[in-house]
Design a protein around this ligand. Structure first.
Ligand code: ZN
Length: 238
């Protein structure tokens, strides 16, 4: 696989603020098109805020220490994380008591180049002899942090999407109205928690795009077009 740098992709100049990357996450919601334009910023901002606030409470602690304190178990496995043709990198199983987190290390291994390109361009100097291992550890921690936030939501019995106003999905006359919560809000909050907790330069969902570009599944040009759409979607919401 060619070195990521060969793609000449520099994420630093794209203006990927938390709001823009949160907007990217929101566009994945099945209800995205049902959200009134003037309410988009509400879902983005409140979700980011919840994740950041949760991270404040964990200041100065490592993510693995947090798991220990909470007695929350996690397993790092090389088993495939592919279920029904969807490849998972991490998940939390709420059917267990306490819930259990599983990190699929095999699917994280391929992301080391993407991680290096977007998350640690300044860390080159302090690289150890085994950069791949360092990056894998960081990727594991990032995914542990993401799932930990879902645990925080579960513990408080308040998932971020349920705390925010539901969106009207269907209306028949005056009486019959169906409303649903915007589930991606929980993902935005988890990304914000993870970024604060881990001191990352961007919301970690940027890694998904870096990885797709690196593997050739997404062209840089298409990505730039998407970034512009997220930015204008977010600007229109303000
Ligand atoms: Zn999640």
């Amino acid at each position: 696989m060619p070195e990521f740098q060969e793609y000449g992709w520099n994420v630093q100049h794209l203006g990927l603020t938390d709001e823009v990357l949160a907007h990217a996450e929101l566009t994945k919601d099945p209800l995205y098109r049902k959200i009134p334009h003037d309410r988009l910023a509400y879902y983005v901002d409140r979700s980011l805020q919840r994740g950041r606030e949760a991270a404040q409470a964990c200041r100065g602690m490592s993510i693995r220490e947090l798991y220990r304190r909470e007695g929350l178990g996690y397993e790092i496995t090389d088993r495939s994380g592919t279920f029904h043709q969807i490849s998972l990198r991490a998940r939390i199983d709420f059917n267990q008591t306490p819930p259990e987190v599983v990190i699929y290390a095999a699917s994280l291994r391929g992301m080391a180049d993407a991680y290096r390109a977007v998350m640690s361009p300044g860390e080159q100097a302090q690289r150890s002899l085994t950069p791949q291992d360092d990056e894998l550890e960081r990727l594991v921690d990032i995914h542990l942090a993401h799932e930990f936030f879902h645990y925080v939501e579960y513990r408080a019995a308040q998932f971020t999407n349920d705390m925010l106003e539901p969106v009207e999905v269907f209306r028949l006359g005056r009486r019959l109205v169906k409303r649903s919560s915007v589930v991606q809000c929980s993902e935005i909050a988890a990304h914000a928690f993870c970024k604060e907790m881990m001191g990352l330069p961007f919301l970690p969902n940027v890694l998904d795009y870096a990885f797709l570009i690196q593997t050739g599944s997404l062209s840089k040009e298409d990505f730039y077009r998407e970034v512009e759409a997220w930015k204008s979607g977010h600007a229109a919401a303000l």
